[in-house]
Design a protein around this ligand. Sequence first.
Ligand SMILES: N[C@@H](CCC(=O)N[C@@H](CS)C(=O)NCC(=O)O)C(=O)O
Length: 224
Amino acid sequence: MEKQNKVLLLGIWASPYTKRVELAFKLKGVTYEYVEEDMFNKSPLVFKYNPIHQRLPILVHNGNPIVESLVIIEYIDETWKNGPPILPADPYKKRQLRFWATFIHQSQLFETMVKVLKSDGEEQEKDINKMLETIKVLEEGVKDIFPDDNNVGYLDFVICSVFSFHVAMEEVLGVDSEKTPLLHSWVTKLNHLALVKETMALNHKLVEVLKVVRQKALKAASAT
Ligand SMILES: N[C@@H](CCC(=O)N[C@@H](CS)C(=O)NCC(=O)O)C(=O)O
């Protein structure tokens, strides 16, 4: 009997958490069904498969739900062994990459970017400083593991997903990238890869969406 292999990804196209999972699937050459969710009107599948956090992305593999983007990427790596490895076999290198991916997660870098996008004045300045401090620590920590062109994987996917959002945010705010040079050159380098180009193809749309998000947030703030 043929082995069942049903792969379903529930996601949000503009979310870095979804993007990094798509990058992992594309690296491995896995075919999957994709369902776009509406963050403000989630389908019953989200409540069924991620009752604890009710967040996306959610991978459902042969009926089994796997949640949390970093957990999903590791699952993909361990399940589809045929494609290139996402995490290196070397235990030290693997821990280094996990440490920095977790650092990005725990320091709420993406969430701070969203706050910067939606605020103005003093509040925005405070969030920009917080964001830049975190990026400074990150740049210092990862400078020696700057992308290895032959081994794109785990940390590249996390960096690429979060910092593509950062680049779009900067475009909306009209600021330049000179304060975060290492991460910008990392993302620029990754953007040349076919798998990244394909996954990030809607990024031009992201800038337009973020402009609307910002306008709405500022309008709501001025009305209160
Ligand atoms: N730690 C989670 C974060 C996922 C997350 O925050 N997803 C957002 C989209 S960017 C979401 O589903 N938000 C829905 C909500 O907050 O209700 C992961 O890595 O997967």
